[in-house]
Design a protein around this ligand. Sequence first.
Ligand SMILES: NC(=O)c1ccc[n+]([C@@H]2O[C@H](COP(=O)([O-])OP(=O)(O)OC[C@H]3O[C@@H](n4cnc5c(N)ncnc54)[C@H](O)[C@@H]3O)[C@@H](O)[C@H]2O)c1
Length: 429
Amino acid sequence: MKIAIIGTGYVGLVTGTCFAEVGHEVICVDCDEAKVKLLRDGGVPIYEPGLDELVKKNTGTGRLSFTTSTKKGVEKSDVIFIAVPTPPQPDGSVDLSYIEGVAREIAGAMTGYRIIVDKSTVPVRTGEKVAETIHRYGHAGVEFDIVSNPEFLREGFAVEDLLKPDRIVVGISSQRPAQAMKEVYEPFDAPVMVTDINSAELIKHASNSFLALKISYINAVSIICEKSGANVQDVAAGMGMDERIGRRFLNASLGFGGSCFPKDLSAFIKISQELGYDFGLLKEVQNINANQMDRFLKKITETLWVLKDKTIGVLGLAFKQNTDDVRMSPAIEICQRLLKEGAKLRVYDPKAMEKARVILPEAVYLKDMNNVAEGCDALVVATEWPQFKELDLDRARKGMTCPIIFDGRNLFDMSEMEKLGFIYKSIGR
Ligand SMILES: NC(=O)c1ccc[n+]([C@@H]2O[C@H](COP(=O)([O-])OP(=O)(O)OC[C@H]3O[C@@H](n4cnc5c(N)ncnc54)[C@H](O)[C@@H]3O)[C@@H](O)[C@H]2O)c1
């Protein structure tokens, strides 16, 4: 198939690359000239395991190319995917101006039938608006179909998720685009669920909100564990053995963040409200998440008392493991709140330091995680990178002024840490 992807970010670049990998001819469009230049020169603007190699391989075969021109993308393709941002507005609703802008550009460039597929995460009924927009701004008599095809990839595992998806959701309002969508996804050998556009859009918001709910649920349970002397990891393990519940997303922590969960949750609450339903359950998910961060910071201040002029080491800046993405990262929020209290920070992240430096220029960035603890009054684990488990704990303890660790991700074994002489505070244990 000849495919254009408008928006070459985390979703667009990985999707375009994986489509090329399975044999489609893909042109990725982005309005960011610097990004397109970097990609054309053989660079990759984001970190995703395995992505570099696939981009190189597929640009090499000529199946993957990059441009700043939406017109060119539309001219060369039969199916056009939209993967532009849908950021939150201050009131929690979604800023749909990127989607609307791209819809107008596509409409202006279309001279014959095209299938326009929305892959960005959008509130239910956005497909209807996109169709209206294309009708309004398109050339008379040019036919098109709108499809909703929400993306479920996890950052940090995006290539793997794209190549081996657990499901593909396709929302259509007529049978005409069905065959082309089947051909796009045929090589992926995954279950395809075909539904109407509104249901497809809702599946994405309902899924992400449910996952956020699962995290907040175990975080609320972690408070009861702390108050009663139980261990949240054992509770989660015991719950997760019930296959109706499942163990995943039951990791107590300092809370969720990232570019998707917080915004999708508030967008779902907002669209529900517009449709006349007060989704109080999801508002509580947000409250629990915000409180979890406050509770973690309280643990730090209660232990260290005054933070002004204390030196604190922070392991992890990305919003989760395996990514360089720091958008809405809880780790960044901790750093900002510690800095606000006057603390000095020594920080490390395997992949996210370049992006964090722009937001946190005051911190001292270390190249080796084993140097972070040197001279620190406390160490904070803020992201669940598995390599942090390999930290030289003996060296860390010797280098610190006080051997105190606040583990916001429950990475270490409690009794082991105590044996090593640390004051060790984690979540729900
Ligand atoms: N990141 C994720 O894990 C993830 C997962 C599933 C769904 N989504 C959804 O996918 C969408 C994109 O998210 P992302 O994380 O890839 O965003 P991103 O910010 O990484 O990428 C978006 C890209 O679109 C480009 N862009 C903006 N306006 C444009 C225009 N008019 N023409 C061409 N390019 C334009 C930007 O320059 C940027 O490169 C969002 O709706 C998001 O909610 C994201």
